[in-house]
Design a protein around this ligand. Structure first.
Ligand code: DER
Length: 231
């Protein structure tokens, strides 16, 4: 089972949670893209769902399947969000944002009765932080914000590079919401709750990729098949 097959297996398992008439949040990333593929096939067979995408990329993909789409403004309460993760720990805390969409992903997840994460086995960790933590920041004063992040993280026992995410041409990556992202390579985050609070107190920080208390379950697929954590 290679990672891509594992992602597809986890996505197929998550599809079993979808009931007719559900309002769904559609995640972003390669695993979530498998879910949209599989959901699209069900919609083509007549499944009735209304979906809010978490990025322009996901919206475009869902559009090709004619999946009925809405917005968080028109559909402010969702039944279920299916999304990937860059890391998950035993408490089902996540690092997300590798795909640059964590602000809308977190808003859609928070507006959902239930968030279920789909991953391959490589995302399971004991301690969050090996994957650099994405932090969406205001364009205005970005360098000042980056320095404040470094100081705030150090006070939470987190040291490491905090780098502006760039696109191949060298310019800054700009999110769907018109903001920048910095990626913080902390290595290990001893107290995710403490770091989350400290980062959100920084005025230029819009949102970070620590998802705490949002995921109800993680469907994780690996060479031994599927493991489900939580419910
Ligand atoms: O950017 C995101 O939050 C994605 O969901 C990411 O966390 C997982 O991406 P992947 O499914 O491509 O590994």
């Amino acid at each position: 089972l290679n990672p891509d097959e594992a992602k597809r297996l986890a996505a197929a398992k998550a599809l079993e949670l979808v009931k007719p008439g559900m309002r769904l949040g559609l995640g972003t990333g390669t695993t979530a893209a498998h879910f949209v593929d599989l959901l699209g096939a069900k919609v083509a067979e007549g499944l009735d769902v209304l979906c809010v995408p978490t990025s322009e990329r996901t919206r475009t993909q869902a559009d090709t399947y004619k999946i009925p789409l809405s917005t968080l403004d028109a559909t402010p309460e969702l039944d279920l969000t299916i999304d990937g993760a860059d890391e998950f720990d035993p408490q089902l805390r996540l690092i997300k944002g590798g795909g640059g969409a964590h602000l809308r992903e977190k808003m859609v997840a928070a507006a959902s009765k239930r968030m279920v994460v789909i991953t391959d086995a490589s995302k399971a960790v004991q301690t969050l932080g090996k994957f650099p933590l994405p932090i969406e920041i205001n364009v205005f004063g970005a360098e000042a914000t980056r320095l404040m992040i470094i100081r705030a993280a150090a006070a939470c026992g987190c040291q490491g590079d905090v780098k502006l995410r760039r696109i191949p041409s060298g310019g800054p990556y700009v999110t769907d919401n018109g903001h920048y992202i910095v990626d913080a390579s902390f290595g290990a985050i001893p107290d995710p709750e403490k770091l989350s609070t400290a980062l959100l107190e920084i005025p230029g920080v819009i949102e970070h990729g620590l998802f705490i208390g949002l995921a109800k379950a993680v469907i994780c697929a690996g060479s031994e098949g599927i493991e489900i954590f939580g419910q």
